[in-house]
Design a protein around this ligand. Structure first.
Ligand code: SAM
Length: 307
């Protein structure tokens, strides 16, 4: 069967099932199975029986239980990068790109002394950390993730990007809300970036999200602040004076997150930012103070493990 006819048929089935972007998804599935770029489909060879069976299987999975297209393809485009994703890891979203751009603009310029130290708390697939490491090869980028399945994807993506020539990440298995995490970096970090779990608890999410992405990646307690609040304290401990904090949040919680950062007491210049659709999306702030003004780290707090 000609590839273009296969695309038409798959797009028809997807559209009939209410899938948005049915044509693009049909193209992506067919191109994936044929091992070619989507743009090459019009000139592709006919699809053989095993190819047709695989395309049918993927279209059926997309329709039957709304498996995200990125999980079916095993990849997600993330800014300038193409990352491996699948069950157990949050799929990077385009709106997070603006936070990456903001953090890159806040880093000290290359060439002046040692490269910057950056920490990504709640790293998931590694999108923030890997984008920054890609754009700033002189940076030492640390990525912290708590959950084992997400850690597996993070390590896989970190290894892929390192093999492609990017500066390797330092991956840490640990809790981003633990005051003792990354104790060795305390007061030395130039930027902390985070896209943590932040959705206020709800059942009102698309089936692709609710039925497939891990709840531990999505929800931040009843008010969406359960992870963000302690994480802001951790960031205050890690950042050097003048260091930059950028935290993504739910579109309903921008003012609350700004209040959390202000109430933490060690940040100034707290600003709210919108995404390209004009929705409140992330908060930034600058770490106040002198290098020596930190409270001593409580020696009884658990130190995060580094694998
Ligand atoms: C919304 S996802 C974002 C992942 C990634 N930063 C991105 O933008 O695609 C949040 C991530 O935080 C992780 N996570 C949740 N609680 C955590 C905690 N206390 N410490 C570290 N990571 C945590 C989840 O497993 C998930 O990978």
């Amino acid at each position: 069967m000609p590839a273009t006819a296969v695309v038409r048929s798959a797009a028809h089935d997807l559209r009939a099932a209410g899938v948005d972007s049915a044509v693009v998804e049909a193209q992506l599935i067919c191109a994936h199975v044929l091992g070619i770029d989507r743009s090459a489909l019009p000139l592709a060879d006919a699809v053989d029986a095993s190819g047709l069976a695989e395309i049918d299987r993927m279209v059926a999975a997309r329709i039957a239980d709304r498996t995200p297209i990125q999980y079916l393809l095993g990849r997600a485009v993330s800014g300038r990068l193409d990352l491996a994703v699948g069950p157990g890891v949050f799929i990077p979203r385009p709106e997070t790109e603006l936070l990456v751009e903001d953090a890159l603009a806040a880093l000290p310029a290359p060439g002046d002394g040692p490269g910057p130290v950056v920490v990504d708390l709640c790293a998931g697939s590694g999108t923030l950390a890997l984008e920054i490491a890609h754009a700033r090869p002189d940076a030492r980028v640390h990525a912290v993730e708590l959950h084992d399945q997400a850690l597996d994807w993070l390590r896989r993506n970190a290894a892929e990007r390192a093999a492609a020539g990017d500066t390797p990440l330092v991956v840490h298995s640990g809790d981003a809300t633990d005051p003792g995490i990354l104790a060795e970096l305390r007061g030395r970090v130039d930027a902390v970036v985070s896209n943590p779990p932040y959705i206020p608890r709800t059942d009102d999410l698309p089936a692709e999200v609710l039925g497939h992405e891990p709840a531990t990646a999505l929800f931040g307690g009843v008010d969406g602040l359960a992870v963000i609040t302690p994480l802001v304290g951790v960031a205050a401990g890690l950042l050097a004076p003048g260091g930059h904090l950028a935290v993504e949040h739910d579109e309903e919680t921008g003012a609350s997150v700004a209040s959390v950062v202000e109430a933490q007491g060690r940040f100034g210049t707290v600003e709210q930012h919108t995404d390209l659709a004009g929705r409140p999306r992330f908060v930034t702030a600058t770490r106040l103070g002198d290098r020596d003004d930190d409270d001593e780290l409580d020696p009884t707090v658990r130190k995060g493990t580094t694998r």
